[in-house]
Design a protein around this ligand. Structure first.
Ligand code: DPP
Ligand code: ZN
Length: 855
């Protein structure tokens, strides 16, 4: 398949001045009439002579094509696989109107790209290249135009982007004055109910807000609406960004490949990121809903008003918007807790990606299928890079640069070079070395060694950086690394508050003078750079940092390292660190600390994290031994600290009605962390009691997972099904937790039995991901030595691929770590990947993923 390359980007030769669309909606035959007014482009016919008109389209039944009202002579038309080219000879050089009439079939659209039906609701998904499934168009983000859209549909609610300009029985017309690329187009038609509110912007304009849901779901949409208002206020207060239309609509649909989509004025969401009630959603769901509502809203400026010149620049909008939603959540909830959660997520998904065959830079320079680049690297590492930039230029420099970015690029399609230039112009810094973070893949290894000169009272820290090879990038020059450091005296007082060291060389020394005694170094505070830190440090010093560090991230990290080292040692036949179990006791006794922080500190690293660490140390992880070691450590902790865990469990019961706020959510998290440990020694008794008494889904799900682990969940699962059988989102949880929490020796069989059920609605991406993702997240179960996990998983990828290539391709990443494991497991995975590769008609999406993973 052909590759698209950044180096081949050329400006579009024509300027699209306006887009008019008229839809006549019907399930099998929707007609789309488009009228596109083109003028000469900046680099178009005037500058470079006559230019052809190249339009993108896929799966269209073309009924008519005209230029200035005249049918285009077929001799001027040539057709490619997904393009239509009209020869320059047929185009008046001063400008023209292109019109097309096409027919499409939304009912047959199972790929969920373009216009499709989800449970009777017509909706669209056009990012990245879905619009070409709707009509012929320059489907590229740097072609921006105002849209006017008229929709005729036998549906009570008809929505599109922008402001409503007219409506009647069975039709509506919408006008979006803000020039936008086609990927931000959206249309919705269906039987929907609005949960409505209003927002008055900083300049006093009133905006109508609606969250549209299916009849019956209205009582689960209020939290999303409030999150939207908070997001709008926050973006005004922190970034000075005001909303720019009279109405903001959000629609929840059940069938959606991604989480949500920022279409101008008409966000379309996966219903799991909108609908929430205490009985159906967990604290984590609430936090995610708030964050994703914010994320999509923030795109209105970072993504929509300023968009990407081409898809290689995806992290320009995604990295920045993730960074902004992380800031928002930090402000709404607990900043230290949010930082730790983000680092866990980064390490669990992005570091994993960066160390395997799918590694790519935040700004890649080639792809076969852009949908395969909506990755943890583009999103989460893209956000980390902005965090580093802010640390390097300071808060004021960041604010100035962002103001300049909005001023200079509003209404345009920009690049990473444009982004870095505003920082250079606003702060006077040279960012050429910093740019490596955008163009190089791989996670740098940062080592630190210490030299102490007691006579001089001088501490020298020596840092060394190297980045391992990644596909296509064997050698990488050093990067700029901001290293936040603090020094703590042996009595526990901080002698040097946080300082940011700027490392630019491959190896570099930093000295600290005037120290009365050798301090303990707290390094990479706040996780100041996305690197893997290696330092010689003993367990006693880690325990000291866990007790005394003033930076919550490095404090947590010290405990994490002790737990990780303990499990690794146990999995290799050794003993847990002597420091770790007593340190857990101190943590349980520290009732003054934030419960959410204590919950994070109490939770053991995942088996996947242990496997990653063993691999990074150059050894081969054994999934069964890792599983056994982690279980044994949990039992040791529970046995040693039984009384303190029971006291914590009791003390963290939250009285009164449920509230999804950070405070009570933190208490519930700590309570469930204690339950998880006690569950190893009480045979599931406490979990069974909690299952009976819990009044919210957070505790219900926690109890259910513990019951599955204790192998006594039969009644609970039956009750949950009886109560929530008709609730898709709750049943997704039901499908997910069973393979996830099952004993590895049964997980693949449990997943296979669930897949036989009539309510395993596998064409629904949420349901498919729940079951397959649940199994893939059961590390020892998925990697079971007999290959049953791999086989089951591949059988289903093969089945889904012709139906929904995007979702299939994403799920292939479960195999990205396969080279870490022993030769027998590697051979089993390779055979499954071969089976995929040899499938006739395999989608371009999946073929690219399989090809890259096989290498
Ligand atoms: N652009 C979307 C988002 O990240 C993904 N389709 O919000
Ligand atoms: Zn986004």
């Amino acid at each position: 398949h052909t590759e698209t390359r950044l180096a081949d980007w050329r400006p579009y030769p024509w300027k699209l001045d306006s887009t008019r669309l008229a839809f006549t909606i019907a399930p099998q035959a929707t007609t789309v009439e488009s009228t596109l007014v083109f003028g000469p482009g900046e680099n178009g016919p005037g500058a470079e002579g006559p230019a052809d008109l190249v339009l993108d389209g896929a799966g269209l039944n073309t009924l008519a094509l005209t230029i200035d009202g005249q049918t285009i002579d077929e001799t001027h038309v040539s057709r490619g696989e997904e393009t239509l080219t009209i020869a320059a000879a047929a185009l008046p050089p001063g400008g023209f109107t292109f019109a097309a009439r096409v027919q499409i079939d939304p009912a047959a659209n199972t790929a969920l790209e373009g216009l499709y039906l989800s449970g009777g609701i017509y909706c669209t998904q056009c990012e990245a290249q879905g619009f070409r499934h709707i009509t012929w168009y320059p489907d590229r983000p740097d072609v921006m135009a105002p849209f006017r859209v008229r929709i005729t549909a036998d549906q009570p609610v008809i929505l599109s982007n922008g402001n409503p300009v007219g409506q009647g029985e069975g039709w509506a017309e919408w006008d979006d004055p803000w020039p936008k690329p086609a990927y931000l187009f959206a249309l919705v038609a269906g039987d929907l109910r609005a949960v409505s509110g209003a927002f008055t912007t900083m300049s006093g304009r009133k905006v109508a807000l609606n969250v549209w849901v299916r009849p019956g779901d209205e009582d689960r949409a209020g939290f999303a609406l409030e999150a939207l208002k908070k997001s709008m206020r926050w973006d005004e207060q922190v970034y000075g960004r005001e909303y720019d239309l009279d109405v903001f609509n959000i629609v929840a649909v059940d069938d959606f490949n991604m989480g949500a989509m920022e279409n101008k004025g008409l966000n379309i969401f996966n219903s799991k990121l909108v609908l929430a009630s205490p009985e159906t959603a967990t604290d984590t769901d609430y936090e995610r809903i708030e964050a994703v509502i914010a994320h999509e809203y923030f795109h209105n400026w970072t993504g929509n008003r300023i968009t990407c010149r081409d898809w290689f620049q995806l992290c320009l909008k995604e990295g920045l918007t993730v960074f902004r939603d992380q800031q928002f959540t930090s402000d709404m909830r607990s900043a230290p807790v949010k930082r730790i959660e983000d680092v866990l997520n980064l390490r669990g998904r992005q570091f994993r990606e960066d160390q395997g065959p799918l590694a790519h830079p935040p700004r890649p320079d080639h792809y076969q299928e852009i949908n395969n680049f909506y990755t943890a690297t583009v999103y989460e590492k893209g956000a980390e890079v902005i965090g580093m930039l802010k640390r390097l230029v300071g808060d004021d420099g960041y604010a100035k640069a962002l103001d300049l970015y909005f001023q200079r690029h509003d209404g345009h399609a920009a690049t990473i070079e444009d982004w870095l230039k505003v920082f250079e112009d606003a702060t006077g810094r040279d960012l050429s070395q910093f740019k490596r973070w955008y163009v190089d893949a791989g996670t740098p290894r940062l080592t630190m060694t210490e030299a102490w000169d007691g006579d001089a009272g001088r501490l020298t820290l020596r840092f060394t950086q190297t980045t391992p090879p990644t596909p296509g990038q064997p050698d990488k020059p050093p990067r700029v690394i901001p290293i936040a450091v603090g020094l703590i005296s042996p009595n526990g007082d901080e002698v040097l508050p946080t300082q940011v060291l700027e490392m630019t060389g491959a190896s570099q020394d930093f000295t600290f003078d005037g120290l009365a005694a050798r301090p303990v170094v707290s390094v990479l505070r706040g996780f100041s750079a996305p690197v893997m830190l290696e330092r010689p440090i003993d367990a006693a010093t880690q325990a000291f940092l866990l007790a005394h560090d003033t930076d919550p991230f490095t404090r947590w990290e010290a405990g994490r390292a002790l737990a990780r080292d303990s499990i690794i040692a146990m999995s290799q036949g050794g003993k847990p660190s002597a420091e770790y179990i007593p340190a857990v006791g101190r943590l349980l006794a520290d009732t003054a600390a934030d419960p959410a922080f204590r919950a994070l500190a109490l939770r053991l690293p995942s088996e996947e994290e242990i496997a990653t660490a063993i691999n990074a140390a150059g050894d081969v992880p054994d999934p069964d031994r890792i599983h056994a070691a982690r279980e044994a450590l949990a039992r040791d902790i529970a046995t040693t600290h039984r009384a303190a865990l029971e006291a914590t469990y009791d003390a963290m019961a939250v009285p009164g009605p449920y509230a999804p706020d950070a405070g009570p959510a933190g208490q519930r998290a700590l309570r469930l962390a204690a339950l998880g440990l006690l569950n190893r020694i009480d045979g599931g008794a406490r979990a069974a009691a909690l299952w009976e008494s819990a009044g919210n889904m957070t505790e219900k799900q926690g109890a259910l997972m513990a019951l599955i682990e204790a192998d006594r969940a039969g009644d609970a699962l039956a009750q949950m099904e009886a109560q929530f059988g008709a609730n898709r989102l709750v049943m997704d949880k039901w499908f997910m937790v069973q393979p996830l929490a099952a004993s590895p020796d049964r997980a693949p069989e449990i997943a296979a039995a669930l897949a036989e059920r009539p309510d395993f609605d596998w064409k629904n991406p949420n349901r498919f991901r729940a079951l397959l993702g649940g199994l893939a997240a059961n590390h020892a179960g998925f990697h079971r030595a007999d290959g049953a996990g791999y086989r089951f998983y591949t059988d289903w990828l093969l089945r889904l691929d012709p139906v929904n290539p995007q979702t299939t391709a994403r799920l292939c990443s479960a195999f990205e770590t396969f080279r870490r494991y022993d030769p027998a497991r590697q051979a089993l995975v390779r055979a499954e990947l071969q089976r995929l590769a040899e499938q006739p008609g395999l989608s371009r999406n999946t073929a690219e993923m399989v090809g890259r993973i096989l290498g």
